[in-house]
Design a protein around this ligand. Structure first.
Ligand SMILES: [Zn+2]
Length: 171
């Protein structure tokens, strides 16, 4: 289990769709372990594989940030079954430190995917958990929260972020 460097806005891996996982094997289970360790170290409540430079559709979420093992979600090839309603709350992103925005998200989602044993899992989520699913599934689709902001806010933030990406993110 290793804490991996988190890639930042501007790295191409964050801005292109990730590939579906074909086979869930020990390398995928090791990827989950690294992602969980990296998420807790950050600390954060969610992480997608492209955020550690791995272009695969793998996400982890833990709203308890390691306090409650029952809340850890590990999903391969996550997809929405349902999305309903709308909510807007401030979000940040481990790949965009120091920035936040409030994209429109569905109020309720149902998400389906496979767990590290290849078993199908279905999650019905609202509030923060719904937002976390949307945020992480966006990552495997090559989107970040900035892409979901209103055009004015999006363009302003993108200008600042492109400058950051050019000049380098301070640690
Ligand atoms: Zn993020």
């Amino acid at each position: 289990m290793a804490i991996r460097p988190i890639v930042r806005y501007g790295d191409p891996v964050l801005h292109a769709p990730s590939a579906p996982v074909e086979t869930i094997d020990d390398s995928i289970r090791a990827l989950f372990d690294d992602m969980i360790a990296t998420m807790y170290a950050a600390p954060g409540i969610g992480l997608a594989a492209p955020q550690i430079g791995v272009p695969l559709r793998v996400i982890v979420i833990d709203l308890s940030v390691g306090e409650d093992p029952a809340q850890v979600i590990r999903l391969v090839n996550p997809e929405f079954v349902e999305r309903e309603g709308e909510q807007k709350h401030e979000e940040g992103c481990l790949s965009i430190p120091g920035y936040a925005g409030s994209p429109a998200r569905p109020e309720r989602v149902t998400v389906r995917g496979l767990d590290p044993d290849g078993q199908e899992r279905v999650y019905a989520a609202t509030e923060l958990l719904a937002r976390a699913f949307c945020h992480e599934i966006d990552h495997v689709d090559g989107l970040v929260f900035v892409d979901r902001l209103s055009p004015l806010k999006r363009d302003l933030m993108k200008r600042k972020l492109r400058k950051k990406a050019r000049e380098g993110w301070e640690e």
